[in-house]
Design a binder for this molecule. Structure first.
Ligand code: SAM
Length: 242
């Protein structure tokens, strides 16, 4: 997968050299480049923002540098990337969207700052590439950089070969519309607290049932919305009884 990120703070992306994303970059699974938006400015101050039309607080990112930046990644002769623009007004970022993005050959991220990017940049980009505004949640960040780091973590771990054990992907929260059951490791007793007996029993059938029951109970307590959205077909008789 190819990923390009445009930001006025390229330094934010230093962590992308670490851990499994760093390895995916080193072995070529992920071809990632970070670009400074200011390299597409032409004035001595390298200006990227201006006051909002209509008045109001804060500054808005000017369209010219963004337009030139996006032109550089979408030349007419090539298949354009999918443009992702972090925004608190975007569609919620979910595991389903992470799967969708993991299937794309080329993602381009545009990191807004201040009060965001002039709307015409997105409207113009939409005439030549797919554009999705994505929200991390119902709160407001300083800029899109942290949102891109989050989105990239979720997407990259879905790429074939990136996770050491691909089985993790099928056994985790949100893989089947449920939260994962609690996990334990050694020692069996710690500060007077025991690991549930069933997990030490070696009985795989009982363990699977216990994990399923815990996942259903946890989801019901913490995320009743997820339980309501579950496909009834995905429930077995013992789930319903529980
Ligand atoms: N004026 C904007 C609004 O009210 O919708 C908020 C701008 S915010 C201060 C600056 C930038 O941070 C946004 O352009 C976006 O890139 C990023 N951002 C802020 N909150 C976000 C969120 N919840 N999800 C994704 N990106 C966010």
């Amino acid at each position: 997968m190819r990923v390009d990120i445009v930001s006025i703070f390229p330094e934010y992306f230093a962590p992308l050299d670490l851990s499994l994303i760093g390895k995916a970059r080193a072995n070529g699974t992920l071809r990632l480049a970070v670009h400074d938006l200011r390299s597409w400015t032409h004035d001595v101050h390298r200006t990227v923002d201006d006051t909002p039309y209509g008045g109001g607080p804060g500054m808005v990112m000017r369209p010219e540098p963004w337009g030139e930046a996006l032109d550089a990644f979408a030349p007419a002769e090539l298949t354009p990337p999918r443009l992702l623009v972090p925004s608190p007004a975007g569609v919620p970022f979910t595991q389903a969207l992470a799967h969708e993005l993991a299937a794309e050959p080329h993602l381009l991220f545009a990191c807004g700052r201040y009060e965001g990017i002039d709307q015409r940049v997105l409207d113009h980009a939409a005439t030549r590439m797919p554009v999705t505004e994505v929200s991390l949640g119902d709160y407001v960040l300083f800029g899109g950089e942290v949102a891109v780091l989050v989105i990239l973590e979720a997407v990259t771990r879905l790429l074939p070969g990136v996770l050491g054990n691909a089985g993790s992907l099928t056994e985790e929260s949100h893989a089947h519309g449920l939260l994962e059951a609690p996990m334990y490791t050694k020692p069996a007793t710690w500060r007077g607290l025991d690991v549930p007996e069933v997990l030490r029993s070696g009985d795989h059938g009982r363990i699977a049932r216990w994990r399923r029951d815990e996942a259903l109970a946890r989801t019901g307590h913490r995320r009743p919305d997820m339980l309501t959205a579950l496909d009834p077909e995905s429930l077995d008789k013992r789930d319903v009884a529980a």
